[in-house]
Design a protein around this ligand. Structure first.
Ligand code: 8YV
Length: 331
């Protein structure tokens, strides 16, 4: 970027109208109006030319892409909270700042988590699709038909007690669930008290005692397959597992096998290990509710995310530290 030229900001996916309009006002914004995901070659081209790249979870910005970045690329302003699609180490080594959009999708994602916590034990999707399928298997109310299981009074184990985990805990308490959690670090006594949450240092021990498990931790090298086949087998055969975080945190094949063999009560999944592919065994089972990565999909949330992206870019271009740096020490 030279002199009076406006910085080139390449956005990889279609964003809400108001966000795109503002991006155009502020920058030389190259938008993706038809929303076709960028190919690998197009991503490489983007990092070679952009001053700022705005990617999403669907763009794999790995070492080989980043190593071809031009010297003008100084900021990757991710549209999203998770940054597991970006090779952070290579970005840091090349002095490329990475920012994300934390906080603004917490409540929406927690709502969707709660929706799945309710939907799976109460067979919500099964009941709804049964009526809509038209081949009426419904002959009227019956005392023993479509029985699910009560969630009130049951034990919920939250894996990852960050912003979203805590927002799930707040909702869960209102539904009469007992809140338990495992986290890298124990949260403060004040937070624990407010959420009436019981901390488990051992994930294995927590898994064995819970009725419902909710995954709310980020996907990092340390959490890849955290719910391995061995750990999944520790869960009670009647227990449910809900994942609105990242598919990679659960060994999806192991989970699918257990569902097929009736070794688990069920699963509510908004995310998958190899998106957009979903293990067919999971799709087939009535015990599994699947959603296409919709946890934060509200118009309000997407506009707030866009606003965060703009603040991060603008602050950086004005010579200040962008607020949502993934490596806070970098600026
Ligand atoms: C986003 C998400 O929609 O922000 C995240 O980490 O998982 C999603 O809810 C997506 O990542 C946008 O990049």
């Amino acid at each position: 970027m030279t002199g009076a030229e406006r910085p080139l900001v390449i956005v990889t996916r279609k964003l809400p109208e108001v966000v795109e309009t503002r991006l155009r006002e502020l920058f030389d914004a190259r938008l993706n109006l038809d929303d076709t995901p960028l190919s690998r070659e197009q991503l490489v081209e983007a990092v070679k030319t952009a001053d700022v790249l705005v990617p999403t979870v669907t763009d794999r910005i790995d070492r080989s892409v980043l190593s071809q970045a031009g010297p003008q690329l100084k900021l990757i302003a991710q549209f999203g909270t998770g940054v597991d699609n970006i090779d952070l180490e290579t970005a840091r080594n090349r002095s490329i700042i990475v920012t994300n959009t934390p906080g603004v999708l917490t409540e929406d994602t927690a709502d969707m988590t709660m929706a799945l916590i309710l939907a799976v034990p109460r067979r919500l999707a099964e009941g709804a699709s049964l009526l809509k399928s038209g081949d009426s298997q419904w002959h009227g109310w019956s005392p023993t038909w479509m029985l699910g299981h009560r969630i009130y009074g049951k034990r919920l184990g939250i894996v990852g007690m960050g912003r979203i985990g805590q927002a799930v805990a707040r909702r869960a308490r209102a539904f009469g669930l007992q809140v338990h959690y495992h986290n890298r670090r124990r949260v403060s006594p004040e937070v624990e008290k407010a959420l009436e949450a019981t901390y488990w240092d051992s994930l294995d021990q927590m898994l064995a005692r819970m009725d419902i498990i909710s995954i709310n931790c980020p996907h990092t090298p340390a959490t890849y397959h955290l719910l391995s086949a061995r750990r999944l087998a520790l869960m009670k055969p009647s227990a449910y597992i809900v994942n609105t975080a990242r598919g990679e945190v659960i060994d999806e094949n192991a989970l699918a096998r257990m569902i097929e063999n009736d070794e688990l009560g069920g699963a509510g999944l908004d995310v998958f290990e190899h998106e957009p592919a979903v293990n067919p065994k999971l799709l087939k089972s009535d015990k599994v509710v699947v959603l296409p990565h919709m946890g934060s999909a509200t118009l309000e949330g997407r506009i707030d995310m866009g606003e965060k992206v703009i603040i991060n870019i603008k602050t950086f271009l004005d010579g200040h530290a962008p607020p949502d740096r993934v490596h806070p020490a970098m600026f």
